[in-house]
Write a protein that binds this ligand. Structure first.
Ligand code: GLU
Length: 368
């Protein structure tokens, strides 16, 4: 698994906590960032960085000494800090011949299906072009109820969204221990966790908020559960060394939480569990054969659209011999009706907007 850190074609998500990025005086640790970025660029495969640090970087400008207690203060601090944070990542990638992009997400963006599909399409487009998205929570607009709250959870959801194979959670601890290593001299680090059960969760201890970062082991395990269920292995490792990725490639200590299955299989399993379709698409034999060979469902292969549904809603697929699958439709029902039978290059002529690709993307459908 660690070989994936050195080179690899599969998507790697790296989450970097505030306490690694910001020094005691509230300054960004630029050389640390540059070293990490040089490793990511040298790796060559697609990568996403989930970066905290906006609030910690912005609080000085607001005259705040510790972690802001009032939400509006934290949000204002994030607004100031995020500019610096994004610029530093962009400069570091540019220095190494790469390109970074800023992506700010809220929980609502990933829970609301149409926005979820948009976020995924944008991130996929960036990754296809070799650009590295730098993701953070959109702190300035996220209120308590719609917050991820900590970037461990955000990183796990991003890994799930894009079917990442490895999620690296870098923080100031080098893994999961059998007891709190700061108070128990006998505490042992666990190298490998096959499944996150109650016994493992019981090892996490109390949540922590130490002035710079948030989260602690509980939030890491919660995030790891989401990611491993979605098919991503999770590596909990220390980001304190100057070159953490280099160290991990050379087998520095860490805890690996093993994924249950591959990302694609996990997603298909989830799609299979969905019930209550909002509509139905009748497809022809040619389209069914294309789906069976792993393609997406294109409008040209659809004969009729039934029901009223929104973008991202579940629809049943009905072939010449009856129901044959289900998936999340990339178009609203009224749009889908306008484009049935059309080849993809004609969709923009009929809809006011440019088409959004296939009617049902291959990653969003399962065949029965
Ligand atoms: N989004 C917050 C920030 O950039 C960090 C949340 C966290 O510490 O996990 O400051």
């Amino acid at each position: 698994m660690r070989a994936q850190l050195q080179s690899g074609r599969e998507l790697l998500v790296v989450k970097v906590g505030s306490s690694l990025l910001i020094d005691r005086r509230g300054r960004l640790r630029k050389s640390w960032i540059y070293t990490l970025v040089s490793r990511l660029v040298a790796r060559g495969g697609p990568a996403i960085v989930v970066s905290s640090g906006a609030i910690a970087l912005g609080r000085e400008a607001l005259g705040l000494a510790g972690r802001p207690r009032i939400l509006a203060q934290a949000q204002a601090a994030a607004a100031v800090g995020q500019i610096h944070l994004a610029r530093s990542w962009a400069e570091a990638f540019a220095r190494h011949g790469g390109t970074a992009a800023q992506v700010l997400l809220t929980l609502g963006d990933l829970e609301h299906r149409p926005r979820y599909l948009n976020a995924r399409a944008t991130l996929e487009m960036l990754l296809e072009r070799g650009i590295v998205p730098i993701v953070n929570e959109n702190d300035t607009v996220a209120t308590e109820e719609i917050r991820f709250g900590d970037n461990d959870g955000l990183a796990a959801r991003v890994a799930q969204l894009l079917g990442a194979r490895l999620l690296l959670l870098l923080s100031d601890v080098d893994g999961l221990y059998t007891a709190d290593p700061t108070t128990s001299p006998d505490a042992r680090r666990i190298d490998r966790v096959e499944s996150i059960n109650e016994d493992i969760e019981a090892l996490a201890g109390a949540p922590r908020s130490d002035g710079v970062g948030t989260g602690g082991m509980i939030s890491k395990l919660r995030a790891a559960r989401i990611a491993t269920e979605a098919g991503a292995h999770v590596l909990l490792a220390s980001g304190l060394p100057d070159d953490p990725l280099g160290g991990l490639i050379e087998e520095a200590p860490a805890t690996l939480l093993v994924a249950g299955s591959r990302p694609k299989a996990a997603r298909k399993q989830w799609l299979r569990t969905l019930q209550q379709p909002a509509g139905r698409l009748d497809i022809d034999a040619g389209a069914l054969a294309a789906l069976q060979s792993g393609s997406s469902l294109l409008a040209v292969g659809v004969q009729a659209v039934h029901g009223e549904f929104g973008r991202g809603d579940l629809v049943t697929l009905v072939g010449p011999d009856g129901p044959c699958g289900q998936g999340l439709c990339g178009y609203r029902s009224e749009q889908a009706r306008c484009i049935v039978g059309l080849s993809s290059d004609r969709i923009a002529e009929v809809l006011d907007e440019a088409g959004r690709g296939p009617l049902v993307h291959r990653d969003d459908l399962v065949l029965f």
